[in-house]
Design a protein around this ligand. Sequence first.
Ligand SMILES: Cc1cc2nc3c(=O)[nH]c(=O)nc-3n(C[C@H](O)[C@H](O)[C@H](O)COP(=O)(O)O)c2cc1C
Length: 651
Amino acid sequence: MEVYPNLFSPLQIGPLTFKNRIEAAPGNTGYNTEEGFLTPETVAYFEMKAKGGAALVVIGESNVHTKTGVAHGRMPCLDNPDILPSLIRTTDAIKRHGAFSSIQLVHPGRRANADYYKGTIYGPSAAPPLFGGPIVEMDEDIIAEVVEAFGDAAEMAKLGGCDMCMVHGSHGWLLHQFLSPLTNHRKDRFGGSIENRARISLMVVENIRKKCGPDFPIEFRLSGTEHTEGGYTIEDMIEFSKMLDGKVDIIHVSCGTFHDPKTNVKMFSSPFCERGLNVPLAAAIKDAVKTSKVAVVGGLNDPAMMDEIIASGKADIVAIGRGLLADPYLPKKAKMRKADDITPCQRCLVCLSGDFVPYVKYPTRSLRCTVNPIIGREQEAMVVKPFEGRKKVLVIGGGPAGMEAAITAADRGHEVVLCEKEDKLGGLINFSEHVPFKIDLMKFKDLLIQRVNERAIKVMLNTEATSEVVEYISPDVIIAAVGAHPIIPNIPGIDSEKVVLAADIYNKNVNIGDNVVVVGGGLVGCEEALYLAQHGKKVKVLEMKPEVIPDGAYLYREALLLEIAKYPIELLTNTTCKEIKNEGVIAVTANGEEKLYEADNVIIAVGLKADPNDTNKFRKYAPEFYLIGDCLKPKRVLEAIRSGYDAAMSI
Ligand SMILES: Cc1cc2nc3c(=O)[nH]c(=O)nc-3n(C[C@H](O)[C@H](O)[C@H](O)COP(=O)(O)O)c2cc1C
């Protein structure tokens, strides 16, 4: 019997027959040249998504009219014909794998950024400066010019091999700015009623149709709601969708607006949001339209859930962003009955945060994914290359780094032994079993264990890698993944019974009282504060630095802070723990006072430290030796996975 029959049923979009209902949501890379030409790295990134089995791959935000606005650096510019060779190479690579290619047309309007654009900044209405000079109201001549530019850009996209295009009418860019009462205060035919606020979008769609003809499908991305007080609602978007109905082929439903940064973590949903958060919005629009198809995006990565969305008629297409970074082969795996091998996106927001202009100081222009070590170097590492010959590889430590190394080494044809001193694999990330907002980390951990077990890897649990064990195994290669030790600050009272180390709070034998002080306001300390508060504790977090979570990815930090704000958690920065006493913690506060913070328990979350003595002793036992994960340098799961993968690829 066919699996996920709805998800894998074909769909006719104008002249295009989609092979399934999966769209690779628009996504940009920072890999382009300064002029916005797509590079071989960009080509590989989009090709990877097509190779994974999506029916449609959408190249992300591309400028339509650089003369009147640019938001980021290195965006493809569809008003420059010199883009064509690189665009054609990209669309060729997408189409080679049976996917259709599309590109997203965007004008930034009032969000044009003076770092990348020196001209007048235009918006629907005049406003004080945002990312450059004052915002000037677009007059009808400029509106007409921009409308023409959208049509011209679509023509350029068509010439560049795109099978269709996507108009970006969401997330707070120009067309969204016109739709929103928060940014559109006009009194003319472009402001006021929803008909007027929608006018420019409809003119854009008509212009594209006029220039590209009926056989060039148009997808229109809108935010189903702004999630913001005073912003537009789903009712407005239902009305707007009725206006778009039949004029565009697909109405694509996202949510939120950059205008209100609090909505960023719904637009790019965090682990604190339900998966498929935009499905009710899409369903409401689907109910209201007769001709256009409806696509929905937002936290989707479970084939069964996506199949149900299509089956129940809530949407016709599911669009996946981050899920296809975590596992570009999600569509193929689902179709081949290998859904249980899909690597789950963590929604950790690392992929988006590095380049989150203008909120980050310097865009890294490098993609990273916590669970997929290939992201950011798609071109060089698209396939696991088999090794000619076979070495005996001993991996010491079965945490995420060790498991990833063992899996990759086995896939490259090596004989692998994995030694773990505990009675189960998982290492430090076993804590995820206790924390509801870490459910995806638990799934990832379980998947790594499954992958280890599916391969011919010899797993030795309850086995400390003593010299006898290592000599007995007699490996050609040793990969040490033994982890690190908690840093224990040298303060009076640290030996008190009240003190619990961060990693131990989940231990069922440890009872945590109602009043808790967490020492250390980094990612771990703040996540633990949230976990404890969710269990009814009153928590204070003491952090020496001027801000908490300096080690968090920008957007995840935002999401975590919004979540923390819902609970009785006090974040005390510039506050240094001086002594732990029977009543609690004595700390020096931001204004230099000494203060007692009462606590039943004091959690120490000031980080981990690698000890070279744990690993140097293994060096002599094998000619090839690698350090990975926390014993190389304590960092995130991302670095653990990459170092494990890299070591195994280097053998
Ligand atoms: C690396 C990255 C780049 C993105 N670039 C764009 C873009 O250029 N245009 C856009 O509309 N959305 C962009 N998005 C947002 C996605 O299209 C999608 O709406 C969002 O990630 C939510 O879907 P998801 O939960 O499946 O990831 C990007 C997302 C990621 C992860």
